[in-house]
Design a protein around this ligand. Structure first.
Ligand code: R5P
Length: 270
């Protein structure tokens, strides 16, 4: 872990050198970036394992969140199911989550048969000091919010870079808003008129045109400018606009958050 810290410091030095226009060998730079990325993955993994160890119990109904951090939670869950012979029914929050459940040979459930979930473990794009969340960086906000709303507890797992005092301090891509495709322009205008900022239709990476969600909708990313808004009111106001399906604002839903650090420690907030 000291090695990771050293690498982070070296990377900072490299960036300073770059800004001073000193020469840096590309291979060395690539290696440093990859070390920092590795340490972020380790941070996600320790947070995920801690949450699964603390909240998953025998016979529980378990909501499986979406995103890269949740991958580690499902891996840890599969280990525990195997070694402790646990019975856990998993409710997915996305196509990705469903694939993870199937890949790890876990029991797949659905809200039709399990409308009450004991605990859901999910990632987040940003978590503020009140446990208000921005979610939906991966486009899964709608099913994530439905599953969270059916859960006795929503537990967030994240690396330390998601831990924020105020929304917008660290996550710069805005608040995702899932909308019915035909309404994206009027919705964009109405939100800008209500609260300001800029709304961008999210573009797909390996496809021409916009991202289409698991539910066949579009995503607007709202780059808000006022960080001191009452997020509960904002969430309600935006959802009143016809054509808005859901927002990535999760207010008063999160029970506890675990932030993993590269050194292996986990900071908890509840
Ligand atoms: O739509 C995606 C979800 O809200 C994710 O939980 C969120 O984007 C965090 O993902 P990651 O764990 O990859 O940072």
């Amino acid at each position: 872990m000291q090695c990771i810290n050293r690498s982070c410091k070296t990377l900072v030095a490299v960036v300073i050198n770059l800004s001073n226009r000193s020469f840096v060998a590309p291979d060395r730079l690539r290696a440093l970036f990859s070390t920092v990325k590795m340490s972020l993955e380790q941070a996600k993994q320790v947070a995920a394992s801690r949450a699964v160890d603390e909240f998953v119990t025998n016979n529980c109904i378990f909501g499986v969140g979406s995103g890269s951090t949740v991958v580690y939670a499902v891996q840890r869950l599969a280990e525990r199911v195997e070694t402790e012979n646990l019975k856990v029914t998993c409710i997915p929050t996305s196509f990705q989550a469903k694939q993870l459940i199937v890949k790890h040979k876990l029991v797949l459930g659905e809200l039709d048969t399990n409308p009450e979930i004991d605990v859901t473990i999910d990632g987040a794009d940003e978590v503020d000091s009140n446990l208000t969340l921005i979610k939906g960086g991966g486009g899964c906000l709608l099913q994530e919010k439905i599953v969270a709303s059916c859960s006795k507890k929503l537990i967030v797992i994240a690396d330390y870079t998601k831990d924020s005092a105020k929304l917008g301090d660290r996550y710069k891509k805005g608040i995702p808003i899932e909308v019915v495709p035909m309404a994206y322009v009027p919705i964009r205008n109405k939100i800008a008129a209500l609260y300001g900022g800029e709304l961008k239709l999210r573009s797909a990476v390996a496809k021409a045109g916009p991202v289409v969600t698991d539910n066949g909708n579009f995503i607007l990313d709202w780059l808000f400018t006022n960080q001191d808004l009452d997020w509960e009111t904002v969430d309600r106001d935006i959802k009143m606009i016809p054509g808005v399906v859901e927002t990535g604002l999760f207010v008063k839903m999160c029970h506890k958050a675990y932030f993993g650090h590269p050194e292996g420690n986990v900071v908890e907030r509840s």
